[in-house]
Design a binder for this molecule. Structure first.
Ligand code: AMP
Ligand code: GLY
Length: 422
């Protein structure tokens, strides 16, 4: 079968790498892809927002499955547009329609959903434009730290957590009155602060059955020792050392199952991934947020552990037979480390040459912010590469001194290499 994968980051390189291993695959196209994805399929230069161009591509290339990596096209209704097009009724989209994508696209929607279906999450109140004074007054009924969230997608910048009530009030004003967060901030969620440790759990569903995928923990801060400003994610580990079988059973029973059941009850047909951003509080899971996609860099740590054929799972979604498919997971630990441009997550330079990838022997190298020019591989983004290693043993080391080169061999690692030449 022919597959179109949408996206161009490290997550999509990992997805392309995994999909390309399937015996069910004929042709893989990635739009726009990156220099890493061309190793596993063909990069396609199509404007997915142009329905005519998209339709032409899907028909010409006889695409059966469209896998959507990032959330924005789903929130914007890409799935709805494909389903509404009578010429495309053979195409199955992995990723929800706009209504289901509201789980990520609107924090208020997600909170109301969880409330309706008894899914554990922090207590909250939502305020809309015109309710600024009520929102500020509500801070008096809360205790610090104050959690203030813009309702809509805000490129990871829509959450402010502060001990200072005045700063919380200022944030409310910026969102509800000064339009500093655009439409995302026209509705604001004030939330109880949860104290615990975070992790990412994932499931795949055809709307009826679901399968848990390996969980991961990502590390968001830029610096060694989990210090400094937040980023999109600097690395991930899977499985999560503090999420044992009992805890993951609670995630399955209290979060995953009621989420899929809740979508059905609400009449929301959902196909694709659900990323449950969780806080472990006193041994119990609470939902911090839903995402309607896989995580980045979590994907680069979980897919190398997935033994099952991913395309077989997608076919299960396409035919409504996911319940009959199996998810088989490698019990080794995967650790993925992101190599970022100097300066990231602030201003950074691009255009630096990357060398040595062909020397990698016992790790997977997934490309994100890279480009090619005159046959050379160059940096192009903040997060440039994710390098994933696997092994049977793990321990928590003290942070290495900055600048120490990574060891190129890891005793005990048995994972096969992917050639990183482009
Ligand atoms: P979100 O975009 O909702 O995932 O929030 C971004 C980050 O803010 C999360 O990854 C958490 O680290 C933190 N956060 C969000 N909500 C809460 C909460 N209710 N309690 C504690 N931390 C939170
Ligand atoms: N690593 C967190 C995310 O993908 O949202």
């Amino acid at each position: 079968m022919n597959v179109l994968l949408i996206g161009g980051g490290g997550r999509e390189h990992a997805l392309a790498w995994k999909i390309a291993q399937s015996s069910l695959l004929d042709e893989l196209y990635v739009a726009p892809g990156n220099p890493g994805t061309v190793r596993h399929g063909r990069n396609a230069d199509i404007d997915i927002n142009n329905q005519k161009a998209l339709r032409k591509f899907l028909l010409e290339k006889r695409i059966r499955i469209v896998v959507v990596g990032p959330e924005a096209p789903l929130v914007d209704g890409l799935h709805d547009r494909i389903v509404a097009d009578p010429e495309l009724n053979e195409v199955c989209v992995i990723g929800p329609k706009a209504e289901g994508a509201r789980l990520e696209g609107s924090k208020d929607f997600a909170k109301e959903f969880m409330f309706r279906h008894n899914i554990p999450t922090a207590a909250h109140r939502t305020f809309v434009k015109g309710q600024l004074q009520e929102a500020i007054a509500h801070l008096d009924h809360m205790s610090a730290p104050y959690v203030v969230k813009a309702d809509g997608l805000a490129a990871g910048k829509g959450v402010v957590i502060t001990n200072d009530k005045k700063e919380a009030a200022r944030t409310l004003r910026d969102m509800l009155q000064n339009d500093q967060f655009g439409v995302a901030g026209e509705r604001v969620v004030l939330e109880q602060h949860l104290r615990g440790v975070e992790l990412s759990a994932f499931l795949i569903t055809d709307g009826t059955a679901f399968k848990m995928l390996p969980a991961a923990k990502d590390y968001k801060r830029i610096g060694a020792g989990d210090a400094g400003p937040n980023t999109g994610g600097m690395g991930a580990v899977s499985p999560v050392p503090f999420a044992d079988k009992d805890f993951m059973q609670k995630v399955h029973d209290r979060i995953a199952a009621p989420t899929v059941r809740g979508l059905r009850k609400d009449g929301i047909a959902y196909s694709g991934f659900i990323f449950m951003g969780l806080m472990k509080v006193d041994g119990d899971p609470y939902v911090i947020e839903y995402n309607v996609r896989l995580g980045d860099p979590e994907t680069q740590a979980i897919l190398p552990r997935l033994r099952s054929d991913l395309l077989d799972l997608f076919e299960g979604i396409a035919t409504g037979t996911l319940s009959e498919r199996h998810v088989d997971v490698d019990d080794r630990t995967a650790v993925s480390i992101v190599l970022a441009s100097e300066g990231y997550p602030g201003k950074y330079e691009t255009g630096h040459e990357i060398g040595g990838l062909d020397l990698v022997r016992d790790a997977y190298v997934f490309q994100a912010g890279t480009t090619t020019k005159n046959g050379k591989l160059l940096t192009r983004g903040g997060r440039v590469l994710a390098v994933t290693g696997m092994g049977r043993t793990w321990r928590t080391p003290s942070p290495p001194p900055i600048g120490r080169p990574l060891s190129s061999t890891t005793k005990g690692s048995t994972c096969g290499p992917i050639s990183a030449t482009i």
